[in-house]
Design a protein around this ligand. Sequence first.
Ligand SMILES: Cc1ncc(C[n+]2csc(CCOP(=O)(O)OP(=O)(O)O)c2C)c(N)n1
Length: 281
Amino acid sequence: MTKDFSTKETITWCPGCPNFKILKAFKAAVAELGNRNIAIVSGVGCHAKIYDYINLKGFYGIHGRVLPVCLGIKMGNPKMTVVGFGGDGDTYNEGISHFIHNYRYNADMTMLVHNNQVFSLTTGQATATTEKGFIDGSTPLGLKERPLNPLIMALESGASFVARGYALDVPHLKDLIKQAILHKGFSFIDILQPCIIFHNVVPYFQKNVYKLKNHKQEDFSAALLKARQWDYCFDKDKKVPIGIFYQKTSPAFESYWPQLKKPWHTVLRKPNWQKIIGEFK
Ligand SMILES: Cc1ncc(C[n+]2csc(CCOP(=O)(O)OP(=O)(O)O)c2C)c(N)n1
């Protein structure tokens, strides 16, 4: 049940923040999957607080380093389901190299990016996915660069599962999360999570977000075409597709490293903690 995944922590997101919806969708998804063998990992930022609100074990992160921690957990216990939560700054700025290389590795884990298109916790500076022209204290003359499209970057990096969700469509997001977790390989969902304080584009999304229909998920060219439909800017009233853009079967990291096939992680190790602690005295 969803409430089994709740904690007693006081939630400190701003009232009305779409992060509440991501929390709701995630808890409902894992409750429906009936899987408690999940480790969660977060970055640093507003999104990362989700770690405190989900009753699962894991690691409350380091800014931009969600994916290396996820991969370490997966290598340590290949039977574990691993889910990372990152911000757009966290994942597409500080963590961009991990983002690219993890598509090459294709370990069986899931990355959920709360994309509010700003560094929210530090009060709204521009990230890699902020639209050109965005004005803020750190870009008073308007941001000059064009945003990166993380879907295209994921596809071109060899991703085996690429999706986009919308935090304010909880049932749809819940289904995406379930499918991402069930996917055998590295799955990525860019979740539109408009920050209602520093980057409130809710009206744009309410008007323009639509669900992919009759889209061939195994067709790479079709995926690229759909990913290009919206460029993360808000000047031209473009439609914003959500759903699974691309999914393919390809060998997961755990399957091609022979060391990870053996059940070595189940061997009971008996570390001499006194000796180890002594080395640091
Ligand atoms: C290595 C490092 N760089 C910078 C910071 C400062 N910092 C803390 S939170 C944050 C913003 C996070 O933004 P984002 O990842 O987009 O998450 P959001 O707050 O929007 O959910 C930054 C830059 C930090 N903690 N560590």
